[in-house]
Design a protein around this ligand. Structure first.
Ligand code: MN
Length: 742
């Protein structure tokens, strides 16, 4: 890419002469003269004439043969922000379309009166307002973001003259917002460039390490790659498969960096040779794949068809891993010329002139659909609460631009959702009424709790019932809602309830919640007092409007009564060489010793090795004294909190319709919460089952979370804490006297 396009625009004019008609050419020339005059002698931080910046952005776009309006907007994009020229003036001179694009790219500017009134926004608030504005304008005309991305690219390429603090900040924002945007718009080459540039500022050391490692790997592998290419060419020729070219396909620096977070830098640099075969069309991809699989054996489970199932960034290719006759593992990708160009162009293809004439242009309709779906999702988030740019921007960045999964409606239509989304989030993408009425969900024909995270390719069906959202959905700890939009719409529903209804529902909630935690004897006025409300009515209203959540109420009431009960210790103390004491959980009554070699530190993952004398030595999970064969004699341990871990043993009753697996689901959930089950029984009541549990819980919050999570399980219809005995011994005594549980 040319970093220095001259301010006089010669390169630009030469590029557009070939494809713009005379009128358009003249309009671009006018815009160039206009913008150049407006920016005058402004300089960039590097000392260069400022105007070289908009000209370079326009020139980059001209390389893809973009339309005149895009080029004009690119030339004018900083005029409204940095000079005296107004959007009005741009509208008069260059028309409403250009004016709209430029306005979308211009920073949010606070009105003088608001600042004078003392309402000046913080930097973060202004950034959010600017992004919300960009997203809002992008929905009207996607060219806003296309130009913005090239603007950002040029700014990243010339970031060197900025102070280091600013560099890091801009690079991080590029990684968080602009690279994911480019990715979702299918502008894959641009995305990669933005990511690599950003990394060189965010983590320069890692950047240098990976670049160097990749270069030397490439050099070392050069003869091998040549040999492989020759073998592939011969085989394709022999089989009569047409191909355009065969070339190495190295991974991007940033993708290696991302992987290194999990496996370390060294291991992230994969030594496996990677080759791409470019063929004329889609059909030939499969033919070429077949020809190669005949020659070299494919590794089972390593074949991916991203042509039939493109990724969320519209990436298409066939991926396979093969083993050569010499036993060498090689990764081979197959792509058509159109797929190849698509990954470079993405959305630009819809605006670029000569690509539209490409005969093999197979994907344009699909691309348009994908982009429209993306713009819809962004639009939904922006429209949820126009007064709250922070929530809108967070919704777009986390839920739309982050990692996506695709789920299917019962009719086979697809929906993009962020990873971690639940059936209720899915329901809200269909219609806010479906979300508010979500009552039951079936995933792949099986009923699941509404707080189950969805997986890629799940088929989801919802059963709705009126508009009956739950306030517990808003408790993030319970995992019902993942997307900002679903949270915001649910919250709004409760906020808008008529006062009388909110109070009535609030009163019912207090009763229900107290019953759940086995504290029905509490007076509502006392509960209000504990939560800091002046009256029971005020508490009812806050609960009804979901300003206070039922789980908060339960937690605070339990905290209030928590101290009166006797507690039991589950931790055991280990002493290190210096006499310092550590609490270790889950070792039972065994005598504890700390490994002197690995010297485990609080917070690190630890395991216990059961010695011959039945004592336990505590090791770091990766201690070198623990060979794999010793693993069989280890137990999972945990660090205790300050002092010894204290637990309440709480008796709970759960009424369920009989269903296989339910008992397993309950105990599995408790295991994942790391909760000890002190006692468990079941008894039959008519056709239903009553499960009795005694749980060792460490805090009121934990107990409340468990009670609600159990309530959410399928076929559970009643959960309650039993009155707690005053002393632990009494609890056990009570088991014996109550024959029902034995
Ligand atoms: Mn700019």
């Amino acid at each position: 890419m040319a970093y220095h396009v001259s301010a006089d625009g010669l390169e630009l004019f030469e590029a557009i002469e070939h494809y713009l008609d005379q009128d358009d050419f003249a309009r671009v020339q006018d815009a160039h003269a206009f913008a150049r005059h407006a920016h005058g002698d402004q300089r960039r931080k590097s000392g260069e004439l400022f105007f070289t910046h908009p000209v370079t952005v326009a020139y980059e776009l001209s390389r893809y043969q973009l339309d005149a309006d895009s080029l004009i907007a690119a030339l004018l994009h900083d005029v409204a922000e940095d000079t005296r020229v107004s959007i009005e003036e741009i509208r008069t001179n260059f028309g409403p379309r250009v004016a709209q694009i430029v306005e979308g790219m211009t920073k949010f500017q606070q009105r003088e009166e608001d600042i004078a009134a003392g309402g000046e926004l913080s930097r973060q608030q202004r950034t959010n307002a600017t992004l919300a504005k960009l997203f809002r304008f992008m929905i009207r005309d996607v060219r806003v973001v296309m130009i913005k991305l090239y603007d950002r690219l040029h700014n990243m390429q010339t970031l060197d003259s900025m102070p280091p603090e600013k560099q890091k900040q801009i690079a991080q924002q590029t990684l968080d917002i602009y690279a994911p945007l480019a990715n979702r718009l299918g502008m894959w080459a641009l995305k990669t460039e933005l990511e690599n540039l950003s990394l060189s500022y965010v983590d320069p050391e890692a950047y240098r390490y990976i670049t160097h490692a990749l270069n030397s790997l490439f050099e070392r592998q050069q003869p091998l790659l040549d040999k492989l290419r020759d073998a592939l060419c011969r085989q394709l020729d022999d089989e009569g498969v047409r191909y355009m070219r065969i070339e190495p396909s190295p991974r991007s620096i940033y993708s290696i960096y991302r992987q290194s977070a999990a496996v370390g830098l060294k291991r992230a640099i994969d030594q496996t040779p990677r080759i791409v075969v470019v063929v004329p069309d889609r059909r030939t991809c499969y033919e070429a794949l077949g020809a190669i699989h005949v020659m070299w054996h494919p590794v089972p489970g390593k074949f991916d068809d991203y042509i039939a199932n493109p990724r969320d960034n519209m990436y298409r290719a066939l991926h396979t891993t093969v083993i050569t006759e010499e036993g060498l593992t090689v990764k081979v990708r197959f792509r058509s010329e159109a797929m190849y160009m698509m990954s470079e162009l993405g959305i630009l293809a819809n605006f670029a002139r000569h690509h539209r004439q490409l005969e093999s242009w197979e994907f344009t309709n699909e691309l348009t659909e994908q982009i429209n779906a993306l713009l819809d999702s962004i639009g939904q988030n922006i429209a949820t609460d126009p007064q709250d740019p922070e929530t809108s921007v967070r919704g777009v960045v986390e839920d739309v631009l982050g990692e996506q999964i695709i789920v299917f409606t019962p009719r086979g239509e697809t929906r993009d959702l962020p990873k971690g989304a639940t059936p209720i989030d899915f329901a809200f993408t269909i219609h806010s009424d479906v979300g508010l009425g979500a009552h039951r969900a079936e995933v792949n024909d099986e009923i699941v709790p509404l707080n189950t995270p969805l997986n890629d390719t799940d088929r989801v069906r919802l059963i709705t019932r009126g508009k009956t959202p739950r306030r517990t959905w808003l408790d993030e700890d319970l995992g019902f809602l993942h997307t900002s939009r679903a949270r915001s719409l649910t919250r709004r529903w409760f906020r808008r309830l008529p006062e009388a209804q909110a109070i009535a529902e609030g009163r019912a909630l207090v009763r229900k919640e107290l019953a759940l935690i086995g504290q029905s004897h509490y007076d509502h006025a006392d509960v209000a007092d504990i939560l800091g409300f002046s009256s029971a009515e005020a508490l009812y209203l806050a609960l009804g409007r979901a300003e206070t959540l039922p789980t908060d109420l339960a937690t605070k009431v339990l905290t209030h009564s928590w101290v009166v009960h006797e507690t039991r210790h589950i931790g055991r103390v280990a002493v290190d060489e210096n006499g310092e004491q550590f609490v270790i959980l889950h070792a039972g009554e065994r005598e504890l010793r700390l490994c002197r070699t690995c010297q485990p530190q609080v917070g690190e993952p630890i395991v216990g090795f059961i010695r011959r004398d039945d004592g336990v030595t505590v090791h770091r999970d990766n201690c070198r004294l623990l060979p794999p064969e010793a693993r069989e004699r280890t137990m999972r341990l945990q660090w205790g909190l300050d002092g010894t871990q204290q637990v309440h043993t709480v008796p709970i009753e759960i009424d369920v319709y009989d269903r296989t697996q339910l008992l397993y689901e309950i105990t599995d959930m408790l295991r994942r919460e790391d909760i000890n089950i002190a006692d468990i029984h079941t008894s039959k009541i008519g056709r239903d089952i009553r499960i009795y549990l005694a749980l060792d819980v460490t805090s009121p919050r934990q107990l409340v979370r468990i009670l609600h999570r159990v309530t959410a399980l399928v076929n559970v219809y009643a959960v309650r804490c039993l009155p707690q005995p005053k002393r632990f011994d009494d609890l056990y005594a009570s088991f014996g006297t109550n024959g029902m549980y034995f």
